[in-house]
Design a protein around this ligand. Structure first.
Ligand code: SF4
Length: 352
C-alpha cells in the first residue's frame, strides 16, 4: 500500500525539495495534516533531506549573550522582562563578565556567530562599547551579530561600521496585541537594517496553541518577503507568572512540522542560508533545521539573571545534539567546516 495517495502533497514536496519555494497556499495545505500523520512525517523527512543536501550536512551553532536586563517597555505578555509583570531589576553585565561569556562560547573556535542581545530600548553607546569589547576577544572565524529593539537606518549604519554583520529581528505573531509594540515599526526596522547593509536573521515566534495556520504562514512570509538570510521557528515557552502562561505550549513535534514547511519555503530567498529551531531539540533538527543557539546572560524565557545556570544551552550540549541528529560537520563563521565526530565531542568536553 502506498504511504500516501495524496498527489497534491507529493507535488508540493517535490517543488519544495528542489528549492522552488512554496506558496502560502501550499504551506497551509501541508500544515493542515495532523503532526503525527504519515503526511506530516513525510513532510519532515523531505525537509530534513533537503536541508542536509543544501548545506552538506553541516550544523551551525550560534551563541547569544543577553547583555542588559531591565523592565522592558516591549510589554510582551510571554516575556519575563515585560514591564508590567517582571520581577527583574536593571542589570548590565560588566566587561569582565562579557569577556568570560565570550571565552566560554569560543574556547574551541567553533562558534559561527555571536549575538549580543539587549532589551527593546537600549543605550547605543553601551552597545557600541560592548561590540568593541567583543571584537577584542572573539575569534576571527566568528561573526558578530546583534539582537536589539526597533532601530533606525542611521544607527544600523553605525553598528555596521563598528563591525556588526547582521541582526535578529522579528514581527511577532499577534505583535501589537500580545505586545506593546507596533507591527509596522518592527517591519520598518527589518527593512532599514537590510538597507544599511546588515543581514537579517528572523523567526516565526513565539508560536502558541492558539495561533491559526493562516497567522503562522503569514508570519513565515514576513521574513521571506523582506529578504532574510536565516529563518527559524520558535514555540512560546509558558513562562511562570506571565499573562500568557495559561495558554500553554505546542509540542516539539508540531514545532518540527512547522519548521519542515518553512525549511521547504525560505530557501527561495536569494542568499538564504540556515534554518533554526528554538529552543534546540532533536525533532526540529530532523525536520529541516540545522542551526541551534547556546545562551548566556538574560533570557526572556527564563526567570534567573543568567540563563546559563538554567534554561540556556551550553556549547557542549549544542555540539552533542547536532552530532546525535546526524550532522557530520560544523560550519564556522568564515564558511569553512570542521568534522563533527565522537572524538571531537570528547576533545571539547561535550559528552559530559
Ligand atoms: S520579548 Fe523583548 S521586547 Fe518583548 S518585553 Fe521581552 S525583552 Fe522586551
Amino acid at each position: 500500500m502506498p504511504l500516501t495517495k495524496d498527489d497534491k502533497l507529493l507535488e508540493i514536496l517535490e517543488k519544495g525539495s528542489t528549492a522552488g519555494g512554496l506558496s502560502k497556499e501550499e504551506c497551509k495545505y501541508l500544515l493542515g495534516f495532523n503532526e503525527h500523520s504519515p503526511e506530516a512525517s513525510l513532510t519532515r523527512s523531505v525537509a530534513d533531506d533537503f536541508t542536509r543536501r543544501r548545506l552538506n550536512n553541516a550544523g551551525v551553532i550560534i551563541g547569544q549573550i543577553g547583555v542588559d536586563i531591565r523592565p522592558c517597555e516591549g510589554g510582551c505578555k510571554f516575556c519575563s522582562f515585560a514591564n508590567d509583570t517582571t520581577k527583574f531589576q536593571k542589570y548590565t553585565i560588566s566587561d569582565k563578565e562579557l569577556v568570560q561569556k565570550i571565552e566560554d562560547f569560543t574556547r574551541f573556535d567553533d562558534l559561527y556567530g555571536l549575538f549580543l542581545m539587549t532589551m527593546h530600548a537600549y543605550e547605543k553607546e553601551m552597545l557600541l562599547h560592548m561590540i568593541d569589547v567583543a571584537k577584542s576577544v572573539m575569534p576571527s572565524k566568528t561573526q558578530l551579530w546583534i539582537n536589539v529593539g526597533d532601530t533606525d537606518y542611521d544607527t544600523f549604519k553605525e553598528l555596521k561600521r563598528a563591525g556588526v554583520r547582521g541582526a535578529y529581528h522579528v514581527c511577532r505573531l499577534r505583535e501589537g496585541v500580545d505586545t506593546a509594540l507596533r507591527p509596522e515599526a518592527r517591519m520598518q526596522t527589518m527593512r532599514d537594517m537590510i538597507s544599511a547593509g546588515l543581514e537579517l536573521y528572523t523567526c516565526c515566534e513565539p508560536i502558541g496553541p492558539e495561533h491559526t495556520i493562516d497567522e503562522i504562514v503569514d508570519n513565515f512570509f514576513i521574513g521571506i518577503d523582506i529578504g532574510c538570510i536565516q529563518h527559524a521557528c520558535m514555540r512560546r515557552v509558558a513562562v511562570k507568572g506571565t499573562p500568557l502562561e495559561s495558554r500553554g505550549q505546542i509540542t516539539e513535534l508540531r514545532l518540527a512540522q512547522l519548521c519542515a514547511v518553512l525549511s521547504l519555503t525560505a530557501p527561495k530567498v536569494p542568499g538564504f542560508k540556515f534554518m533554526s529551531i528554538h529552543e534546540p531539540n532533536e525533532a526540529g533538527l530532523l525536520s529541516g533545521a540545522n542551526l541551534i543557539t547556546a545562551e548566556s546572560g538574560g533570557n526572556p524565557r527564563d526567570l534567573v539573571v543568567d540563563t546559563k545556570e538554567n534554561r540556556g544551552w551550553t556549547m557542549g550540549r549544542c555540539r552533542k545534539l547536532l552530532w546525535e541528529s546526524g550532522f557530520t560537520s560544523l560550519r564556522l563563521g568564515d564558511e569553512s567546516h570542521i568534522p563533527l565526530t565522537l572524538d571531537y565531542l570528547k576533545e571539547t568536553g561535550s559528552m559530559d
